[in-house]
Design a protein around this ligand. Structure first.
Ligand code: NAP
Ligand code: NAG
Ligand code: NAG
Length: 367
């Protein structure tokens, strides 16, 4: 009974229909671009390359949200490629299960799990020190080679994070930003080219009026709105991730050390995972049915193709948007390449980062 009334409430909300329509059109737009690029021969395709061999130990890769869906599948595939894989998840039980699952298929897998809540700044700070300690204790080089910002949620109600941000913006964008910012020194000290891959989504195409200000980036403005515009928050969080991908690409090049750290975006397309868990079961199943009929629904094992393409592309490739597997890339929305927006978002996010860092130093020195 509860399920039915909940499903009905969703069905009669404009947000739900806007989500269904806009996201389907966005996905079709991505596939249409693939077709056009094939016809015109303007397709930029990058082959997967071998792992660097001139490292004393296995290259280290971090996958966030590795306990389910795409993250779990990517962690498994990357451990097969020879990476030492650090799995990041919310629960230690789910992490152990995920690692056991990988070991069943690959006895040689080199794995380590860390419980981190990406929507909490303190948790991310703690993770950085535990990671560094683990690298030292296990005699590994004190650097990482690959960071995959994959964790993401589709929340359908508004919830505040420990820092008072919106949970979905906090997990999908701010958490990834903070983690990247804190781990950048470890990526920069890598003796071989290192890389960041952000898992974003075709849904970013549905954003046309990107206003970037602190109220929206933190999601605080949504606490005041009558209905939580969950679909818009999700697609906005994915646009922010993309703006950042390109902004970081620009900023790292300014560093005068081109290609030492490369940054790429990967869009898996439509994949059946737990991401729809907050949408009533009956409705998410209808959505999956529609995409299956269209031939566009993938399993996580197929969905990770664009993520692996990005992770394993030659080290000189940076700033590209992978979609559709087989090494293929696309252009993301025009808005995502807007340098002014990218810079503004960078400034706002960096200010948030430094404020929190100062606050955490103040509390740790006073205690
Ligand atoms: N599925 C699709 O069709 C699709 C399409 C485009 C893009 N994507 C993107 O792909 C990424 C992976 O999604 P998925 O489809 O694989 O979803 P999923 O099955 O729900 O997996 C999400 C993962 O993120 C973890 N997570 C959630 N909140 C977290 C937090 N605060 N801190 C740390 N970890 C957290 C989850 O842990 P728990 O299991 O413990 O909650 C889970 O391991 C997301 O960024 C999503 O936006 C998905
Ligand atoms: C990934 O996203 C984070 C957080 O949004 C951002 O700091 C970083 O520049 C992005 N990098 C890539 C490669 O997308
Ligand atoms: C971002 O910050 C830099 C340095 O503080 C400043 O020069 C620049 O104008 C800012 N950009 C935007 C778009 O706000």
């Amino acid at each position: 009974m509860k399920e039915i009334s909940c499903a009905l409430r969703f069905m009669f909300s404009a947000e739900f229909w806007a989500m269904g329509l806009c996201w389907t059109v966005s996905l079709l737009a991505s596939y249409w671009q693939l077709v056009l690029r094939r016809i015109t021969g303007r397709c930029e395709v990058y082959p997967r390359s071998e792992l660097p061999r001139n490292l004393p130990t296995r290259p280290v890769c971090i996958v966030t949200g590795a306990t389910s869906g795409l993250g779990a599948a990517a962690a498994s595939a990357l451990s097969k490629e020879g990476f030492s894989v650090v799995l990041v998840g919310l629960s230690s039980e789910l992490l152990s299960e995920a690692m056991e699952e990988i070991r069943k298929r690959n006895k040689d897998a080199h794995l380590k799990g860390f419980v981190v809540d990406l929507s909490s700044f303190c948790s991310i700070l703690e993770f950085k020190s535990s990671l560094e300690k683990w690298l030292t204790d296990s005699d590994m080089h004190s650097s990482i080679q690959l960071l995959i910002n994959n964790a993401g949620i589709l929340a359908t109600s508004v919830r505040p994070t420990p820092e008072g941000y919106d949970q979905m913006m906090g997990t999908n964008y701010i958490g990834a930003f903070f983690l990247t910012k804190l781990l950048l020194p470890l990526l920069k000290t890598s003796p071989v080219g290192s890389r960041i891959v952000n898992v974003t989504s075709f849904t970013h195409r549905a954003v046309f009026d990107a206003q970037i200000n602190e109220d929206i980036v933190t999601g605080k403005c949504f606490f005041r709105s009558k209905e939580y515009p969950y679909a818009r928050v999700y697609q906005y969080s994915k646009l922010c991730l993309l703006l950042f991908t390109y902004e970081l690409h620009r900023q790292l090049n300014l560093d005068n050390k081109p290609w030492q750290v490369s940054v790429l975006a990967a869009d898996p397309g439509m994949v059946k995972t737990n991401i729809m868990q907050e949408v009533p079961f009956s409705l998410s199943n209808i959505a999956y049915l529609v995409f299956r009929v269209l031939g566009l629904l993938q399993s996580p094992e197929n969905g990770i193709n664009s993520i692996l393409d990005a992770a394993l592309a030659p080290s000189h490739v940076s700033g590209a948007y992978f979609f559709g597997g087989e090494g293929r890339t696309l252009r993301s929305s025009a808005l995502s390449y807007n340098t002014r927006l990218g810079e503004k978002l960078w400034n706002i996010s960096s200010n948030m980062f430094f404020d929190l860092k100062l606050a955490s130093q103040a509390t740790s020195s006073s205690s």
